[in-house]
Design a protein around this ligand. Structure first.
Ligand code: PMP
Length: 465
């Protein structure tokens, strides 16, 4: 994957700070280093998630409860990543433990319907106005894959439209222009981007089926739909660009996508894999935009592998196996009892009041980080919505509304800050993605802001270099 970043000369200060941080990290985490070496002998890079790697090696986490995790060297971290936003209740929540413990002796997966599956489907359909029918799978990747297939089957068309910087998982059709290298002419221009493949191994002709538009750019969406709208099966969009930098969609943009899809007989797929936690009915409820299909994952599994997709009855009924030639969807662990009972427990422990409370904690975190950025004089901004926060080292005052604005930030500085935060005991994504959970309160958020202040002051000379 090629990541575009602002190229700065490796100045003395930056090199020195990086060396100092790496040395401190190595000195603090020798057990993680040894465990990483052992892991590398049996797994490429020592892990199964490319995204979790960062130099010199990632931490090995031994245990986690609530908002705290302990690494193999017994250092405790405030977890502001929550397994990439999925652990809405933090770690090892008593309600989830009780539900799973009660289910385990009764079996884990049965190749027959389970009552907890119906209950979780009811919870999703009750919360999300646009969802009449839902189906489960085991990841967000599968959820978006199936939703796109459902849209293609329903419309009889092949093209999809996705956002530049939009992330929908790791299968071929959506591994297009997630992290395009903007220095290459193949990425096209700011308002007319071209689809580029994000990883080797994806067939080159994948881009023929995937049109790419800039996030929050109504004019570009109109142009693409004017040109090719009648061949488009679906537009897929995250209401907050997550992996792309925690950048909220503007209501007018989502409304425009809704209007354009209706006009051209295409479907609108809202990818709420990450954003479902931000409002009781997902961000579509907040924006009052009703998609045809919605994808879910992360929080709805209570910490276990999960995915789901649902929407309008007419589209979802294609999956009804009682129909002749139904749309095919299967999976050995789809709707397994453990994930379903954990999901029900997690969703029941996440009522509207808790959604609002941790969104307010996110606002407090974002506000705190922005105040620190301003006070330290390091150009940058904390973006996001509610419980989601992203940090970008962009020019002060520059709005971050799309992938290109985020990519213009100083990501190398971000990586230094990530290491500095780990040394301060705050666990965030290497690309500085953060989120709150119900296991947190204002004191924990303030602790994180204070740690961010110390970490930023430590790396500041590298920023000013
Ligand atoms: N869609 C979005 C918006 C996501 O953020 C993610 C994961 N971060 C996915 C899809 C893929 O989900 P999974 O990792 O469960 O395959």
């Amino acid at each position: 994957m090629v990541v575009e970043e602002r190229v700065r000369p490796a100045t003395g200060a930056r090199t020195e700070i990086e060396a100092e941080l790496l040395a401190a990290y190595r000195e603090r985490t020798p057990r993680s280093a040894a465990l990483h070496e052992a892991a590398r002998r049996v797994m490429p890079g020592g892990d199964t998630r490319t995204i979790a790697f960062h130099p010199p090696y990632p931490l090995t986490i031994e245990r986690a409860v609530g908002c705290r995790m302990a690494d193999a060297d017994d250092h405790v971290y405030l977890d502001f990543l929550n397994n990439y936003t999925s652990l809405i209740l933090g770690h090892a929540h008593p309600a989830v433990i009780a539900a799973v413990a009660a289910q385990l002796p009764r079996g884990t997966a049965h190749a027959a319907a389970a009552t907890a599956q119906t209950r979780l489907a009811e919870i999703i359909a009750e919360r999300v106005a646009s969802v009449d029918l839902v189906r489960f799978c085991n990841s967000g990747t599968e959820a978006t894959m199936h939703a796109i297939r459902a849209a293609r089957a329903f419309t009889g068309r092949d093209l999809i439209v996705k956002m530049e910087g939009g992330y929908h998982g790791t299968y071929d059709d959506v591994e297009v222009s997630v992290h395009p290298d903007l220095s290459s002419p193949s990425a096209g221009s700011a308002h007319a981007p071209l689809g580029t493949l994000d990883t080797i191994g994806v067939p080159a002709n994948t881009t023929a089926n995937v049109l790419v538009i800039p996030f929050n750019d109504i004019v570009a969406a109109e142009r693409v739909m004017d040109e090719r709208g009648d061949e488009v099966a679906a537009i897929i969009v995250e209401p907050v660009l997550g992996a792309g930098g925690m950048i909220p969609a503007e209501t007018a943009f989502l409304e425009a996508l809704r209007g354009l899809t209706v006009e051209h007989g295409a479907l609108l797929i809202c990818d709420e894999v990450m954003t479902f936690r931000l409002a009781p009915g997902g961000m579509q409820e907040h924006h009052r935009v009703r998609p045809d299909l919605t994808t879910f994952a992360k929080i709805i599994g209570g910490g276990f592998p999960v995915g789901a997709f649902g929407g309008r009855a007419a589209v979802m009924e294609q999956y009804d196996p009682a129909r002749p030639a139904p749309l095919w969807q299967s999976g050995t662990f789809n709707g397994n009892a453990i994930t379903m009972v954990a999901g029900v427990a997690a969703m029941e422990a996440y009522p509207a009041g808790e959604v609002a409370r941790i969104n307010a904690l996110g606002d407090r975190l974002r506000g705190g980080l922005n105040a620190v950025l301003a006070a330290t004089g390091v150009g940058g901004v904390a973006t996001g919505y509610g419980s989601f926060v992203g940090v970008h080292f962009t020019e002060a005052g520059e709005p971050v509304r799309d992938y290109r604005a985020a990519a213009a930030g100083d990501r190398e500085l971000g990586r230094l800050l990530h290491l500095a935060l780990l040394l301060e005991g705050v666990f965030v994504a290497p690309r500085l993605m953060m989120c709150t959970s119900t296991a947190m309160d204002e004191t924990v958020v303030d602790e994180a802001v204070a740690a961010f202040d110390r970490a930023l002051r430590r790396v500041r000379p590298a920023a000013l270099a």
